[in-house]
Ligand binder design. Structure first.
Ligand code: 5GP
Length: 135
């Protein structure tokens, strides 16, 4: 694909200040704390799909990955990705490996409209197509 073509414009829906992660960040809801710094908070997923299932969310208000990459200042982006590395290592996942997932938009089934990544691990995770597609 030629690199000179302009990329399709990303249309980001308005940020919903009352999404569940915004409320967790404001301390309005209980959560199981894993890690925090000036850029991120990390906490256990309420419905884990692996032995270790942690969410890392930026403190800033970004709807999804594209919004974060387009609009977050460079220090927030670097701080976020370094925190993901920190959390995975602190949880003892680096040696055996782990999976990073960032559901983005409706086809991915993104439920919470505040950018976040899932850290999954602590056991063999199986193939990515588990469960297999139905069509
Ligand atoms: P998404 O599909 O948006 O990538 O994933 C959102 C994740 O947030 C889901 O895995 C879901 O279990 C988790 N989640 C939803 N509500 C809460 C909550 O109130 N607390 C925590 N800790 N996790 C939540």
């Amino acid at each position: 694909m030629p690199t000179s073509q302009p990329l399709p414009k990303v249309v980001v829906p308005p940020y919903d200040k009352n999404n569940v992660f915004a409320r967790i960040l404001r301390g309005e809801m209980p959560f199981e704390w894993v890690y925090g710094n000036q850029y991120v908070m990390a906490f256990r997923d309420i419905a884990p799909v692996a032995k270790v299932h942690v969410l890392v969310v930026p403190r800033g208000a970004y709807v999804n990955y594209h919004d974060f990459i387009e609009n977050a200042p460079a220090n927030e982006q670097l701080g976020f990705w370094k925190a993901v590395d920190h959390v995975a290592r602190e949880l003892g996942l680096a040696e055996n490996g782990w999976r990073m997932v960032a559901n983005t938009g409706k086809d991915a089934g993104q439920v919470v409209p505040h950018f976040h990544i899932h850290i999954l691990g602590g056991e063999p995770l199986g193939p990515m197509d588990n469960p297999p597609r139905q069509n």
